[in-house]
Design a protein around this ligand. Structure first.
Ligand SMILES: [Zn+2]
Length: 321
């Protein structure tokens, strides 16, 4: 399926995600609108985000010796994620297998149907595979707590809290494998979706959101050009919702940066509206055995999760009667 499309995508294995100079602070004026746009329903849910739940998920994922995509343990990690979605009450949870360069692994997809027709599906995603500095070392200890147990934990926590909430838009919570090899799982899934329907998707990607930089900020990533320029304006508007959510529900300083080298890229190339959250450069444990759960700041991870949850609630409930 869609092999030709995929071959055309720019898919070098992600290295350092981008230099700090690529991010810029949000102008103070944008933060002055805080509080005025707060919504009581959203606030109550957002306050329910649990740092303990987040820590529990990160520890469960980091407990696998490695989640290298070529390791047999990757299947067990997928099953752990499936069981967590199911424990939250979801019934539509599937593992979908992709194959690339002779390797296969699964994406985990948990669907929460919306109550209204004709609205774009929102994909909330994070990669669950990990790696060591040597990408070809499939047996070294690679706990991947920040990269990217943190993003998966946030997706799981958002799913848990939204399980009893009716939303107009359909949400798909997706955990990708093969990210570290060059976005393989996300590339396959984006191609699958766009081969079978003519829809445009909205994508929110979380990759490394558990360890704050020195200034405690979060970087909200939006689409600046890339493969399809026509989706940039919608991405910037979506990112503005996320920046506002941070101002409304957390004390996180917000930086704006570009989407770069993570699982939203193949969706962007198909024309989808993509944004992300990222802690920014500075984790000394990046792609090392030392990327362990005790190096994360669960209060920070909870704040990034609150920001993302509030963003989704604003987007998925918009214009609902
Ligand atoms: Zn990552």
């Amino acid at each position: 399926m869609e092999r030709d499309t995929r071959a055309a995508l720019p898919l070098a294995p992600p290295e350092k995600r981008y230099p700090p100079s690529a991010a810029e602070p949000v102008a103070p004026a944008e933060r002055k609108r805080a509080a005025t746009q707060k919504n009581e329903f959203i606030s109550t849910l957002v306050e329910s985000v649990s740092a303990d739940e987040l820590r529990n998920s990160v520890e469960a994922l980091a407990a696998f010796h490695t989640r290298h995509t070529f390791s047999p343990l990757i299947g067990q990690a997928a099953e752990e994620i499936v069981s967590r979605f199911e424990a939250a009450g979801y019934t539509d949870v599937v593992r979908r297998t992709w194959t690339n360069a002779g390797h296969s692994a699964d994406n985990v997809i948990c669907t929460k149907p919306g109550t209204a027709a004709g609205r774009p599906v929102i994909i909330v995603c994070a990669h669950y595979d990990s790696r060591m500095a040597d990408l070809n070392n499939t047996t070294a200890r690679a706990p991947g707590a920040d990269d990217n147990g943190s993003g998966v934990a946030a997706v799981l926590e958002i799913a848990r809290l939204l399980a009893p909430v009716a939303l107009a838009s359909t949400l798909r919570f997706v955990a990708f494998s093969g990210e570290e090899q060059g976005l393989w799982g996300a590339t396959e899934y984006a191609a699958e979706l766009h081969a079978t329907d003519g829809e445009a998707y909205r994508v929110v990607n979380l990759d490394m959101v558990g360890r704050p930089p020195a200034d405690g900020s979060v970087t909200v990533e939006r689409d600046l050009g890339n493969a399809v320029p026509g989706n940039d304006a919608a991405s910037k508007a979506f990112a503005a919702v996320m920046a506002q959510a941070a101002a409304d529900h957390t004390a996180l300083p917000v930086m704006l940066g570009p989407i770069f080298a993570s699982d939203y890229m193949p969706f962007e190339a198909h024309g989808d509206v993509t944004i992300g959250a990222y802690e920014g450069e500075g984790n000394p444990h990046y792609h090392e055995t030392s990327d362990t759960p005790d190096t994360l700041d669960y209060g920070y991870l909870a704040d990034v999760t609150r920001m993302t949850l509030a963003t989704l609630l604003a987007d998925a409930r918009q214009a609902v009667g």
